[in-house]
Design a protein around this ligand. Structure first.
Ligand SMILES: [Zn+2]
Length: 495
């Protein structure tokens, strides 16, 4: 975290604290309504619904929902956390005649709140653009009722879509799903860290009280109360093991006020500042390390989210040379490239495109230092296969005796229909994706017949008689080319 963000974070926190004191001090009806929603935290308004298969783009979303559930029982590793840049598009909802709606500085404040909230999670937020939706029904209506229509309007696939209703509307915050690329904010939540809470849903996080305070609608089939001792925290609650069991009972000043105990009789001790809890909005301040790891794991597994990011695009395999680009690069960003492993840069190391060349067969990675309005992020494309040398070795033999050369085999007498049957399985020792095909080059003719069959990299040679031979050719093919090698088989005698 750079000092600029530290300063902004502290500054924003002071602003919220001041606002809180103001709320306590005032007794006007309007303020009391706000107090009431603050006391209740987010519980009345935050609606989190997993997109089901009946939703938009059902094919993709359904499979990602499956993935999200699977992510729930995986262990998130801190190593999943790498710098990421997300682009956001603001949709400012106004009346049909074009009046009303948030001011420029208010939208700037939403952006700033989101940047501050996500920066601690190594996620840089950059504005891609902002535009207006002039629709009085959206502007004045119930945002929950209109939710599906709102998030279907002008929705972009290469950004996280943030729909902003006026600050005077009923407090409301909702993400379109886990994961998803759209969220709606309204009323007193608009200028608070609730934007980071909803963004947290978009990038894979559940509520900290999920399954413990109650079963949440649409929140997955395996909800169960988390125990205070954390023993079931990877399979219950929010699936994040460093967020303690949370019964969701908060005071207006963000203190935990519950007195209940879990199934073991232990008193709860939830986090009082977690972004994914229902503490009053002013206290939605921190993510835990493993919430961050879960976010990054979800992002790494979601094409919907990756489409909203600046990312390196280019080949997964470099045979001799390759070209990489940054897709969805924020305007005004600068890029400096570097390589690791068996790749070198050829030509310029700055700009939106870089050319790389193979140094030797192996693996490599390409990195881009992208500098935007929220600092410098190091975006990486790793696990690039460099070259693709084919070195064929023997993985397994059945009833075969190989010669020192490794390509000539005595087929031993075995059991079965044929007196001599040997099975050879080969592999590409380079451990890169390889396909195999076999053909007969030459062999004994006449009776007893020597025959063969092949499936992938396994070939079977058989004969009812001794002193027969067969020469087979295996052609191994990778994305960088092919290589052929001959194998000889002799029944009952050494070559
Ligand atoms: Zn929520």
């Amino acid at each position: 975290m750079n000092s600029f963000f530290k300063f902004r974070r502290i500054n924003t926190y002071l602003t919220y604290t001041f606002a809180l004191l103001l709320l306590i001090a005032c007794h006007k009806t309007e303020i009391i309504e706000n107090m009431s929603s603050a006391i209740n935290g987010l519980q009345q308004y935050d609606k989190l619904i997993l997109q089901d298969s009946a939703g938009l783009n059902c094919g993709t979303i359904a499979s990602e929902d499956f993935l999200t559930q699977r992510l729930g029982i995986e262990t998130y590793k801190l190593s999943a956390i790498t710098d990421k840049i997300f682009l956001v598009h603001f949709h400012i909802i106004r009346k049909s005649d074009g009046t009303g709606g948030l001011t420029t500085s208010q939208v700037d404040q939403v952006l700033s709140n989101l940047q501050i909230g996500m920066e601690q999670a190594s996620i840089c937020i950059v504005e891609k653009g902002r535009s207006f939706i002039n629709n009085s029904t959206f502007f004045s209506g119930n945002p929950d009722t209109n939710f599906g229509s709102i998030v279907s309007t002008s929705r972009q696939t290469n950004a996280i879509n943030i729909y902003l209703l006026p600050t005077g509307a009923t407090a409301f915050g909702k993400a379109d799903g886990i994961p998803s690329n759209a969220l709606v904010l309204a009323g007193s939540y608009v200028l608070t860290p609730v934007v980071a809470h909803e963004f947290g849903h978009c990038v894979g996080l559940f509520h900290t009280h999920r399954g413990t305070a109650r079963i949440e609608p649409g929140g997955g089939p395996a909800q169960c109360p988390e125990l205070v001792n954390g023993s079931n925290s990877s399979t219950c609650g929010d699936y994040v093991t460093d967020t303690p069991a949370d019964p969701e009972q908060w005071s207006f000043t963000c203190a935990y006020v519950g007195t209940g105990t879990d199934a073991n009789g232990q008193a709860y001790s939830p986090l009082t500042d977690n972004v994914m809890s229902y503490v009053p909005p002013v206290c939605l301040l921190n993510f835990t390390p493993l919430q961050t790891a879960r976010m990054h794991t979800a992002i790494d597994n979601s094409s919907i989210l990756q489409n909203a990011m600046s990312r390196i695009t280019g080949p997964d395999v470099v045979c001799t040379n390759g070209t990489y680009n940054i897709s969805n690069l924020p305007s005004g960003a600068t890029v400096t490239w570097s390589t690791n492993g068996y790749l070198n840069i050829s030509g310029s190391a700055t700009g939106t495109t870089v050319n790389v060349v193979k140094v030797a067969d192996g693996a490599g990675s390409v990195s881009a230092q992208i500098t935007t309005s929220c600092g410098t992020s190091s975006v990486v494309k790793d696990n690039i296969e460099v070259g693709s040398s084919i070195v064929l070795g023997i993985e397994n033999m059945i009833d075969l005796q190989d010669s020192p050369s490794g390509d000539r085999f005595t087929v031993l007498a075995g059991i079965g229909n044929y007196k001599y049957t040997g099975v050879l399985t080969i592999e590409n020792l380079s451990d890169v994706p390889t396909t195999y095909s076999w053909s007969k080059i030459s062999g004994s003719t006449g009776a007893p017949i020597i025959g063969w069959s092949a499936q992938g990299r396994t070939v079977t040679v058989y004969s009812k008689g001794v002193n027969r031979y067969l020469r087979l050719r295996c052609t191994a093919t990778t994305s960088c080319g092919s290589f052929s090698k001959d194998y000889w088989f002799y029944t009952g005698f050494a070559p």
